[in-house]
Design a protein. Structure first.
Length: 320
């Protein structure tokens, strides 16, 4: 009887929780480098790969893994997996959309507050031995206008969490019903109108060919110079060079970012220079509660596929 070989991205933590959920007769190895060459080497003999968004499961990786049957991607975004190549090779791709949505929404709100209240600058003042008289005042969220770009699992929850702040909510998402924002007391708006009217713009859209670079130089110029931008979706949705230029010129007042065009961000990144920018290392969806739930669901999906049991369509990623 053939042995099923699984390889697990070490960034899926707690790793033991995932391994403990797999069949006892599977051979499991832990460790994948986050490069095409590293992924190719790690997946070469694998039947199943458990990965995070940092692993590029590109066509060349898939084609170099002749035994690969299943890719299990933890979390919502699936842009790191070449779905067309997987379909061509008969590789099933399963993921866990929505299971970390509340954690991402909470982190989004945290970045909104941290950026508006200038947490980065406050930390630097304290580190330099200064106190509150050396700190520029922040702004409050209550009574402001918040624009939500992308109104899926995360965007809806962001809107719900904002309900206690007495804000006006504007929503841009061409793929949801016009009445959906009313569930959180908001209203639909064209993107340009949302950008011009919002004190805070939060990006919660999925990364697609359509949304890549959606927030660029033109869009940032539409924002008020007192407004802040928060992105907890995917880095390439925002043109990072344009964002740096807008921050440097004072075209916008600040940014809260959990995701970046290139990850890891790097210790010499220009974004680290700004007092009005709050940065976190792509951890919005990672809480103890959400990670346990998503690991369990991912293991359940993968085991069901190998056992010939049905998996709901919402957990299966296909091209198009």
């Amino acid at each position: 009887m053939a042995v099923t070989r699984a390889v697990v991205d070490q960034d899926i933590r707690p790793t033991d929780r995932l391994i403990d959920g797999l069949p006892d007769d599977w051979t499991v190895s832990v460790g994948i480098e986050g490069t095409p060459a590293g992924a190719t080497e790690a997946l070469a003999d694998a039947d199943v790969a458990f990965v995070t968004s940092r692993i590029p499961v590109a066509r060349e990786v898939i084609e170099a893994a002749p035994d690969l049957e299943v890719v299990g991607k933890i979390g919502t975004g699936i842009d790191n997996v070449d779905l067309a190549a997987a379909a061509d090779r008969g590789v099933v791709v399963t993921y866990t959309p929505g299971h970390n949505a509340l954690s991402v929404a909470e982190h989004t709100l945290g970045l909104v507050i941290a950026t508006a209240r200038r947490f980065t600058e406050a930390r630097r003042v304290v580190e330099a031995g200064g106190w509150r008289d050396a700190l520029a005042p922040g702004t409050q969220i209550s009574g402001s206008t918040v624009g939500i770009v992308g109104f899926g699992n995360v965007g809806k929850r962001v809107g719900t969490l904002l309900a206690g702040f007495d804000v006006e909510v504007l929503v841009y998402d061409p793929y949801v019903h016009e009445v959906d924002p009313e569930l959180v007391g908001g209203q639909m708006a064209p993107l340009d109108e949302l950008l011009a009217a919002s004190d805070v713009v939060v990006v919660n859209a999925e990364l697609t060919d359509e949304t890549r670079g959606m927030i660029g130089e033109r869009e940032l110029a539409l924002m008020q110079d007192s407004a802040i931008l928060v992105n907890t979706a995917r880095g390439p949705i925002v043109d990072e060079d344009a964002l740096v230029a807008a921050l440097r010129s004072g075209e916008i007042a600040g940014a809260g970012l959990d995701v970046f065009e290139t990850e890891p961000l790097g210790a010499n990144a220009e974004l680290l220079e700004f007092d009005d920018v709050v940065l976190t290392p792509h951890v919005a969806g990672t809480t103890q509660e959400s990670r346990a739930e998503t690991i369990d669901k991912l293991v359940e999906n993968v085991r069901a596929i190998f056992e010939g049991k049905p998996v709901p369509d919402r957990y299966l990623a296909t091209p198009g």
